[in-house]
Design a protein around this ligand. Structure first.
Ligand code: FAD
Length: 453
């Protein structure tokens, strides 16, 4: 351990926000998934862009790794310090700088949590909403867009990383850059039509640290309800999605199937979020969806409407995360054409059964049925090495399966990143390499992840 680095960190952020003490580093050495613990040498929690910039300059000079950490909830080991170094905890950079109600955007620091923004909008701007992921509320805005997250407005508006009006980023060599209208003036209202240079989304903190995000907001209706439909035949799910998305009346369209509780086993539950400022608006939307588009399925008896209610609890992987007991949980996410759903579901059941894990699969429609974000969750018992091994094997098999079936892996772990890069067009990979080498000449940013350099 280099005490000069620790002293410099203390000078930058203060004694309370820098540490090299094992009992504190321990907390940062793990995530919820199957990854082996990886210990940072130091942790620092900057409060401002200036403090963060100083840390990055220090790390670049000393050629020591830095890994940005938001909520640490992406699992897959992608925010663990694979090569030690300084772990930068972004949670103190959590100011909601501006909410522009008329232009519908929020300018926030990257460490603002999903829960904080949600609560703030609910209290101060109840007619505005951002696309909220199902992740625990401590997940951050910066961490979510760094991995192309998606939330509960995915059907009308796509990935959360498509909802960016501007970004501020610190490069691994310390320069602060802005992208979008904010690069030429004080407004954060658009990322277009300037040349696209924002190669920070989806890079998992390997090209720079995002410090500010202008995030698009959308109308938040007074009543937001969930309807639940049940489908017995997986082959029908893509058609049902196609019909529902035709009328564009839905906020979020999610399907799940899971082995536990037994009443959900082998059935496909479709959660349809609809919202309105009045009962009439909701009724109108429901009429278009159920009477106009789904009536033939309902009359045939292949789709059943189980519930329509404001109070219906949204299914969440958090509920299925501890089925093996022992607190282990990780999933493979992927993006596929919606038509792939039946096959992905069947493979999910097969892989889970083979590895003695109760299956859970979930899909979320992205855009107007343009794609589905499909995930296979594997719970395991941390205290039982055999259970961990099963989950690990299941995760790797699933990564392989995604590429075999022509999909893309979402927020891949290192194994998934490697096989994605192996399949990638050679020129694209070469460009990634050039960009990475150019912005991060000392390879200090989250090394081990997206290792193209
Ligand atoms: C139960 C559960 C449900 C989930 N549901 C969803 C869901 O519905 N939708 C969804 O999108 N995700 C979901 N997730 C995955 C994940 O929790 C979220 O995407 C979350 O928003 C990630 O944010 P984070 O702050 O935890 O990121 P972290 O895990 O801290 O970081 C993610 C990656 O980004 C990097 N990073 C972090 N901050 C920055 C920054 N400021 N600049 C550059 N790089 C940075 C990290 O190094 C890491 O590589 C879920 C997870 C769980 C456990």
């Amino acid at each position: 351990m280099n005490s000069a680095i620790y002293k410099s960190l203390v000078e930058i952020v203060g004694e309370d926000y820098a540490s090299d003490r094992p009992e504190e580093l321990f907390t940062y050495s793990k995530d919820l998934g199957t990854s082996e613990p990886k210990w940072p040498d130091y942790v620092a929690a900057p409060k401002s862009v200036e403090e963060l910039q100083k840390i990055i300059l220090l790390a670049n000079e000393a050629k020591i790794s830095i890994v940005p950490l938001g909520g640490g909830l992406s699992l897959a080991g992608i925010a663990l310090p694979l090569h030690g170094g300084i772990l930068i905890d972004m949670k103190r950079m959590d100011e909601i700088i501006e909410v522009n109600g008329k232009a519908r955007y929020a300018l926030v620091e990257a460490g603002v949590s999903q829960g904080k923004l949600f609560a703030y909008l609910k209290k101060h701007h109840p007619t505005l909403a951002h696309s909220l992921p199902d992740a625990p509320p401590a997940a951050t805005i910066g961490g979510n867009i760094a991995i192309h997250g998606q939330g509960d407005l995915a059907h009308p508006h796509g990935f959360n990383s498509d909802m960016i009006n501007g970004l501020e980023v610190i490069l691994p060599t310390g320069e602060i850059c802005r992208f979008g209208s904010c690069s030429i003036g004080s407004g954060w209202f658009t990322q277009h039509p300037l040349p696209d240079m924002a190669f920070f989304l989806g890079w998992g903190g390997t090209t720079g640290i995002i410090t500010k995000v202008s995030l698009r907001l959308f109308p938040c209706k007074k009543i937001r309800e969930l309807d639940m439909l049940v489908v017995t035949d997986e082959e029908l799910v893509p058609d049902i999605f196609h019909e529902i998305t035709h009328v564009g009346m839905t906020e979020d369209l999610v399907v799940f199937s899971q082995a536990i509780p037994p009443m959900t086993d082998r059935l496909h539950h479709i959660i349809n979020n609809i919202s309105g400022d009045s009962e009439e608006e909701l009724e109108f939307k429901r009429r278009l969806i159920y009477d106009d588009r789904l009536s033939k399925f309902i009359e045939q008896g292949t789709v059943g409407i189980v519930a329509t209610s404001q109070d219906l609890e949204k299914p969440s992987v958090t509920k299925t995360a501890d089925w093996r007991k022992g607190g282990g949980f990780e999933y493979v996410g992927s993006v596929f054409p919606v038509a792939a759903y039946p096959e992905l579901y069947r493979k999910g059941v097969e892989i889970s059964t083979r590895h003695e894990i109760p299956y859970t699969v979930t899909g979320r429609v992205i855009g107007a049925n343009h794609a589905i974000m499909f995930s296979w969750s594997y719970a395991f018992n941390r205290a039982d090495p055999k259970s961990v091994q099963h989950a690990n094997e299941a995760l790797h098999e699933t990564d392989d399966l995604v590429l075999e079936f022509g999909g893309t892996i979402w927020k891949p772990a290192v194994y998934g990143q490697q096989i994605v890069m192996k399949h990638m067009d050679a020129n694209t990979l070469a460009l990634m390499k050039k960009l990475k080498n150019m912005v991060d000449p000392n390879n200090i940013m989250n090394p081990g992840n997206w290792e193209v350099a």
